[in-house]
Design a protein around this ligand. Structure first.
Ligand SMILES: [Zn+2]
Length: 223
């Protein structure tokens, strides 16, 4: 088990949520399994990602709306935050060392900052049983969602993999545990600058305990 979980213990039951496998609650949108979308955020707007079924990862990639060459940097975020994990109070930094957003609510506590979004190559390399067959991926879904904003696919780097439990043991070996989310668990960020957020319901079966399910999303506007 990820030792960070003992530093981010959850207490109490799952947060109440009126949605479920059959559909999102009023005021929420649904990202169907193995798809993605983009949402525009103004400063002060809050974006919440919620796992309606449990054990589902959502890849998140932030781009500055004013200049799409300025993008989320996992490197800056881990460096300035002095942690390979983010949770409530953490700042999300750009490649130009600007604060893009702040995590303002989080019922899980462990999200991955080390892995790139799953891509066709991920499935070709890590899922040899698929024999190279076309497979939906977070990378392709982010490319499609962010293309209308002029984001170059080659610039899409390491994502914030919300609800993904990645850790290393004392030999440095990587472990990916099933997402620890219960139905209703959620993660909220508040934009500090105008943003375009690319968001997915992750397509990789092995990262989602065997089954890809939806992600629900809500935007609370500041003004
Ligand atoms: Zn994925």
């Amino acid at each position: 088990m990820n030792p960070a979980r003992t530093r981010h213990p959850r207490t109490g039951g799952a947060p109440p949520y009126d949605g479920g496998p059959e559909g999102p609650a009023d005021g929420w949108w649904r990202i169907p399994p193995q798809t993605g979308l983009a949402v525009e955020l103004a400063p002060g707007d809050r974006l919440t990602l919620l796992d309606p079924c449990g054990e589902q990862v959502s890849d998140l990639y932030l781009v500055s709306a004013d200049d799409v060459a300025e993008q989320f940097s996992s490197g800056r975020t881990t460096d300035f935050g002095n942690s390979v994990y983010v949770s409530t109070g953490s700042l999300l930094w750009s490649n130009r060392s600007t604060i893009l957003a702040e995590v303002v609510d989080d019922t899980v506590g462990v999200h991955d900052l080390t892995l790139t979004p799953c891509s066709q190559a991920t499935f070709d390399v890590l899922y040899p049983d698929l024999g190279g067959a076309p497979h939906p991926s977070c990378f392709a879904n982010l490319v499609d969602a962010l293309e209308p904003y002029g984001v170059d696919p080659d610039r899409i780097g390491v994502t914030l993999n919300v609800f993904m439990d990645v850790w290393t043991d004392d030999r440095g070996e990587l472990h990916i545990d099933p997402p620890p989310t219960r139905p209703g668990d959620r993660f909220t960020l508040e934009a500090r600058v105008p943003l375009v957020a690319g968001v997915t319901a992750c397509s990789a079966e092995k990262s989602n305990n065997g089954t890809c399910t939806p992600i629900d999303l809500r935007v609370e506007r500041a003004g």
